[in-house]
Design a binder for this molecule. Structure first.
Ligand code: ADP
Length: 189
């Protein structure tokens, strides 16, 4: 099994790169943001609860997200591995993931962090807002998501650093250039 966490601030390009990696390495692309959006549009109890957090750019509580994650993973027992996009977003979630994967006899192999400066993130997200209508792509909510990333999510990097799994990648460049940088890290496995 190959399990990769694709990490970085909102707008860094995680979703775009995760899709390409999932195809190339035959991994299941697990985006917690996508799962939450489909729960919200289906109006499930989880979706109704999550909406208040997502629309403000706050994190959905750990216990809800971890329960949802287990549920999705259980539906794909034959996956050759997972590419986690948007999870873990807190150190608590990272610890949970480690324990869960250990029980399955596997682990996270790499934490790949897409580095993109803040001005570029805001520019990309405002641009995306013109193409897609995501309720959390307004300037105010974008700024909150970046703040939440810095305060609650970035510490996850320290957690993986202690295991020597942290790989920073320059997230600026064409989709293909960034993909090649990520593939170079994965090929060292
Ligand atoms: P982005 O990386 O652009 O912020 P995502 O689609 O990954 O977008 O996430 C959108 C929103 O979904 C987040 O702002 C948050 O409210 C919620 N969310 C997604 N993943 C998690 C998670 N692992 N823990 C808590 N909340 C999450």
């Amino acid at each position: 099994m190959l399990n990769i966490v694709l990490f970085g601030p909102p707008g860094a390009g995680k979703g775009t790169q995760a899709k390409i990696l999932a195809d190339r390495y035959h991994l299941y692309h697990l985006s917690t943001g996508d799962v939450l959006r489909s729960e919200m549009s289906a109006g499930t109890p989880l979706g109704k609860k999550a909406r208040g957090y997502v629309e403000k750019g706050e994190l959905v509580p750990d216990e809800d997200v971890t329960e949802m994650l287990v549920c999705v993973m259980d539906k794909h027992p034959d996956a050759g591995g997972f590419i986690f996009d948007g999870f873990p977003r807190t150190t608590q979630q990272a610890k949970f993931l480690r324990k869960m994967l250990l029980e399955k006899g596997t682990e996270i192999h790499d934490l790949i962090v897409l580095d993109v400066e803040e001005k570029e993130l805001v520019r990309r997200l405002l641009n995306r807002a013109k193409l897609e209508s995501r309720a959390d792509d307004t300037r105010e909510v974008i700024e909150n998501r970046i703040r939440v990333y810095k305060e609650q999510t970035a510490p996850v990097i320290d957690y993986y650093s202690q295991f020597g799994k942290y790989h920073p990648i320059n997230g600026i460049g064409t989709v293909e250039e960034v993909h090649n940088r990520i593939a170079a890290v994965i090929s060292q496995q």
